[in-house]
Design a protein around this ligand. Structure first.
Ligand code: ATP
Ligand code: MG
Length: 427
């Protein structure tokens, strides 16, 4: 036998058995996005490498070590499989001058790529829901995005405050961060002996990220570090407090986490994460914030932006851990066809039923009556449509109820299917 080929490490097939949860999530997202007036904007999976280097910042985990970058062998272009969606969204609205007529609220779902060590909840190809609001400067839209995620949790049956909790912080404006950065570097230099290798490397390039360290040996040091919040000016504090006032009024509990800094350089003012206690160290299911300088930085006319990314695999793992399921989706009917020679009589009837909106599964490839009925039962269908030789000879099909033991089998005319199709619809 020829050698069996396998998928790339860390990149997964999504099998039919897992699809119901994916589709449930995707359908729920579409519904919630429409309710808030967000519209689709789908960007390519491959973008110029420079977009991410300039957009995310050179000294970030993603740009330093996680990007799938390659040279286009046809023309030598430097390309990258998108590791996140915001930079591409910004490129697209700049390229199409999409804010010309005013602010824009957009979203997309799709694969992202990061070269990480694969483990549960961390893959090399994973999927995100990405939502962005462009052109709104006020905290109203920050609050709206956060509440929209809460609405999504509620639709899926997740409880805020226990299954998922909200953390927020403010990163202020660049000048405020600069003053804080100087104080932070001075503090870290004074305690240089306690820094690990990564922190030493980032001390002058990206000291804020040191606060985000997962190294337990450095926790005490970072806990006592100068806080960005203490360097925020009046306007930044007002933005943060206005956001808090809306969340408070909406009855959404949150924790202010002064150490929340996020992984990309583009953020300012509001940042937030939704975390869960159920997924070990892959605790963040959704993260986002404001990026008022990014559009300009990527060559657009200055305009504010705010958005978030939600890790779909992590969220589905969470739903699975909590045994949250989509409502059962059984077909209305299952067609049992003892003799495949009858297909020319059978298929037009199935097409009529499906055109009436019914979900009808055809047992493929024949097989014994017994095995066909077993499959009909396992499908969850409420009815078996039995195309036996006797029925077909009379121009009929037998309807056998599979779920209601008290109901009796009966026959219907093949020619008049449109008239009785409604009877089969699942209650
Ligand atoms: P982490 O700290 O866990 O590495 P991150 O800060 O790199 O997360 P973001 O860039 O904020 O993650 O991406 C938003 C969300 O996408 C994350 O909260 C997470 O749910 C999901 N995510 C990020 N990287 C992966 C991955 N490699 N596999 C699966 N999901 C991921
Ligand atoms: Mg990461």
């Amino acid at each position: 036998m020829a050698e069996k080929l396998t998928a790339v490490k860390g990149m997964n097939d999504i099998l039919p058995a897992d699809s119901a949860r994916w589709e449930w999530f995707e359908d729920t997202v579409r519904r919630v996005m429409a309710r808030y007036g967000y519209r689709g904007l789908r960007t390519p999976i491959v973008e110029p490498t420079a977009l991410f280097v300039r957009g995310l910042g050179e000294v970030t985990d993603i740009v330093e070590k996680e990007m799938y970058s390659f040279e286009d062998s046809m023309n030598g272009d430097r390309l990258t499989l998108r590791p996140e969606a915001t930079a591409g969204m910004v490129r697209a609205i700049n390229e199409h001058n999409a804010l010309y007529n005013g602010p824009l609220r957009v979203w997309q779902m799709g694969p992202m790529f990061r070269h990480e060590r694969p483990q549960k909840g961390r893959y090399r190809q994973f999927h995100q829901l990405d939502v962005e609001a462009f052109g709104h400067a006020g905290p109203d839209v920050d609050a709206e995005l956060i509440l929209m995620v809460r609405a999504l949790w509620r639709e899926l049956g997740l409880k805020e405050g226990s299954d998922v909790t909200l953390e927020i912080n403010s990163l202020g404006q660049p000048e405020e961060r600069k003053a804080h950065r100087a104080a932070l570097i001075a503090y870290l230099e004074a305690n240089a002996g306690q820094l690990d290798e990564e922190a030493k490397r980032r001390l002058h390039s990206n000291p804020l990220r040191i606060l985000d360290t997962k190294n337990p040996a450095m926790q005490a040091l970072v806990d006592a570090a100068p806080r960005l919040m203490d360097f925020l000016g009046e306007a930044s504090l007002a933005h943060f407090n206005a956001l808090r006032a809306v969340l408070d009024a909406a009855g959404l509990a949150y924790r202010v986490n002064p150490r929340l800094v996020r992984g990309m350089d583009y953020y300012n003012l509001t940042v937030f994460e939704w975390v869960t206690p159920h997924l070990g160290s892959q605790a963040t299911v959704c993260g986002g914030g404001r990026y008022d300088q990014l559009i300009e930085q990527l060559g657009g006319k200055p305009a504010p932006g705010v958005g978030f990314g939600l890790g779909i695999e992590r969220l589905l793992l969470l739903l699975e851990a909590l045994e949250l399921q989509p409502p059962p989706a059984a077909p209305d009917a299952y067609a049992v066809v003892p003799d495949l020679a009858a297909l020319p009589q059978v298929m037009p009837l199935l097409e009529t039923l499906r055109a009436q909106g019914l979900a009808v599964v055809l047992n493929g490839g024949g097989g014994s009556m017994k095995s066909q009925f077993k499959k009909a039962d396992a499908s969850g269908a409420r009815w078996a449509l039995v195309f036996g030789a006797d029925e077909l000879a009379r121009g009929e099909v037998a309807l056998k109820p599979l779920r209601d033991a008290a109901a009796a089998q009966s026959s219907r005319s093949l020619a008049e299917a449109a008239a009785w199709a409604g009877e089969l619809r699942n209650a």
